[in-house]
Design a protein around this ligand. Structure first.
Ligand code: G6P
Length: 633
């Protein structure tokens, strides 16, 4: 009888592989003999089983249903069950449960692999994302939490009316199209002068204003909370800590207390906004390192996906933070923790390994702490593709004309463009020095080339940012005094520009210079490429951005190397149109495939798989004849 049991198990595994695996066509071409031998073997096994029949018929019938996904094995009972009535089908004998479980897992993995194969065929669009939400996630509750809100309502100075602003934030640029596709709720800090005037009694407002498709839930922070949590711990502590831009982080215990309290307030809001006890919560960025664990304290079945939009430093650098352990423990409350690059995943896992008690598995890239698992994954963020029609609707020739005329530049002026928040990590000083060097080395460019820097004011309550703004202004003035001809060498525009206007500049420029000293991804680089449907224009890109790993067709530079950057600018200005086209086409192809819907879709698919796995019964303890139990793995 034992032999027959064994044979039946082999048969079932074989049938499982044939059912869930490769189509026979590939077996034929790959190895005809193997296929025939396998068929023969399975026929022999089937014959053997039929001969021994009776109790096995039921078992096989049950197994067959199970393999086809029509029946789930019941979990192992904790106490012996009374004998079932004669007509009721018996659950499989306990010695088969581990085998059944392995089969179940095998099928699931095969199904997962097949889905992954199909996924690479998916054209990632808002509809594809919606299909994942309604299919794999069965329309579940999605809540996004970020500090920066996607829409800011402001009173207009001129007439007191209300206008809506879109903030300069890579995070918002990426997540907004995702939320349009998903609906759900986005929880963020209310920051506009008219924000309170437009919300309902629950502090919610439907957005986008022109075509509402999701809810924005605003949290109100007092000026003291904002000073401690946002300006203080998040932007004077964590921001410089995580970016290697040579600005010393400042840690104050008062800021930390506000950071903790603000995280708690957002956690309470998540609990209030959750429609079920197992929502999917997408926690965004370094403002909320403590939130994942806090959410799980109240909603243990929630699936928390945290995305860290900025770099993660090496363990030595991170360890200087007085609350390093609390931050790591908070983040390990996430089910999935995402970074833009594998390098940052590695740094995070190294930091955990060095600083806290947790089991790190470098093969699966998971961290387990107190029996809870966090998967650390790379999800390179991107932008919506294809770009919104309004952004690229205006012909390139008109953009060129309007940008030059609007800035008082001669019609044939060559233009370089930089678009950043006025932040010391963006390398604006270094970029201006490169422009200066370009004029020193190529005097024929004086008066012929103007570098336009759009710099959105940012975090100006912080001293470091104010000093930086002064330094940027002073440097632009100095270079202009040295090199301006009929047109200025540098045009510095410190003001907020709406997206459509920024795209006009991208389309008008000969070269776009992204010179961050350190950056998680940098979406300006991707936006410039998306804007150039004329397949012209050259991207000069800092090697210290996540984007440089995906866009090697850009002219990749070290922003600290002024001579190299000046040479890259000259190379860009002199590049033949065919070469511009070749480079641009390759970059456009990459972004069209790896767009923001794929970024979100991959995370949500991983979350869906994790949720399905978590619903399986726990692995039983297998007891051998001698009674030596061991946990099935
Ligand atoms: C970076 C951060 C975002 C932030 C954005 C703008 O991209 O990763 O979290 O929203 O900068 O900064 P701000 O402080 O204005 O939100």
């Amino acid at each position: 009888m034992r032999l027959v049991q064994l044979l039946s198990v082999i048969l079932v595994i074989f049938v499982a592989i044939v059912l869930a695996g490769e189509p026979p066509g590939r077996w034929w071409t790959r190895d005809l003999a193997v296929y025939h031998i396998s068929l023969g073997l399975s026929a022999a096994l089937l014959g053997a089983l039929l001969l021994t029949r009776q109790p096995w018929r039921h078992w096989l019938a049950g197994m067959w249903e199970f393999l086809r996904g029509e029946r789930h094995l019941p979990p192992a009972p904790a106490v012996p069950e009374p004998s079932p009535p004669p007509t009721e089908r018996k659950p499989p004998a306990s010695e088969f449960r581990p085998v059944a479980r392995d089969l179940q897992r095998l099928l699931r993995d095969l199904e997962g692999e097949r889905r992954a194969r199909d996924e690479s065929q998916v054209t990632w669009t808002p509809d594809a994302l919606r299909a994942i939400l309604h299919g794999d996630l069965r329309g579940e509750d999605v809540i996004v939490v970020s500090n920066r809100e996607p829409y800011i309502h402001q009173y207009r100075r001129a007439d007191g009316g209300i206008e809506v602003q879109r903030p300069a934030s890579g995070l918002v640029t990426a997540l907004e199209p995702v939320m349009r596709a998903c609906s759900g709720v986005w929880i963020a800090t209310g920051s506009g002068s008219a924000d309170r005037a437009v919300v309902d009694a629950n502090d919610r407002v439907a957005v986008p204003p022109e075509r509402p498709s999701y809810q924005l839930r605003r949290i109100w922070l007092s000026p003291e909370e904002e000073a401690g949590y946002y300006y203080g711990f998040a932007n004077e502590g964590l921001w410089p800590l995580c970016h290697i831009a040579h600005v010393r982080p400042t840690f104050r215990s008062g800021d930390w207390a506000h950071y903790l309290a603000a995280n708690r307030r957002f956690a309470e809001a998540v609990v209030r906004e959750a429609k079920t006890d197992d929502p999917i919560v997408l926690v965004q960025d370094y403002h909320f390192a403590l939130l994942p664990r806090m959410i799980h304290e109240s909603l243990p079945d929630a699936t928390v996906i945290t995305f860290w939009h900025i770099p993660w430093p090496n363990p030595e650098s991170f360890a200087i933070c007085p609350w390093a352990l609390e931050i790591l423990n908070g983040l390990l409350g996430s089910n999935i923790l995402g970074f833009h690059t594998q390098f940052h995943c590695n740094n995070f896992v190294d930091t955990v390994d060095r600083l806290i008690e947790a089991r790190v598995d470098r093969e699966t890239f998971t961290v387990s702490q107190g029996g809870k698992l966090t998967a650390v994954r790379r999800y390179p963020i991107s932008i919506a593709w294809p770009p919104v029609e309004d952004m690229v609707g205006k012909p390139v020739a008109d953009c060129r004309h309007d940008v030059r005329a609007g800035n008082g530049l001669p019609p044939g002026q060559l233009i370089g463009i930089g678009v950043d928040r006025l932040d010391y990590t963006k390398g604006i000083i270094e970029r201006f020095l490169a422009v200066e060097r370009l004029f020193e080395l190529n005097p024929q460019r004086i008066g012929q080339f103007t570098f336009i820097q759009i710099a959105a004011p940012s975090r100006s309550s912080i001293d470091e940012y104010r000093h930086h703004e002064e330094a940027v202004n002073a440097l632009a003035a100095r270079i202009n005094a040295r090199f301006s001809g009929p047109a200025p060498a540098i045009l510095l525009k410190v003001e907020h520009h709406e997206a459509a206007r920024v795209y006009e500049y991208y389309r008008a420029a000969e070269v776009c210079f992204v010179g961050s000293l350190h950056d998680g991804m940098n979406l300006v680089a991707k936006e410039f490429v998306a804007a150039r449907d004329d397949e012209r224009g050259v991207l000069v890109l800092s090697q210290f951005t996540g984007a440089a790993r995906e866009l090697p067709e850009a002219l990749v530079v070290n922003p600290y190397d002024v001579d190299q950057c000046a040479a890259a600018l000259e190379l860009a200005l002199a590049m033949p149109p065919e070469e511009q086209g070749d480079r641009m086409r390759l970059m456009r192809r990459l972004i069209s495939e790896f767009n923001v819907y794929r970024w979100a879709g991959r995370m949500l698919l991983d979350a869906a798989l994790m949720r399905r796995r978590s619903k399986l019964p726990d692995n039983p303890v297998i007891t051998g004849p001698a009674g030596n139990g061991s946990a099935a793995t």
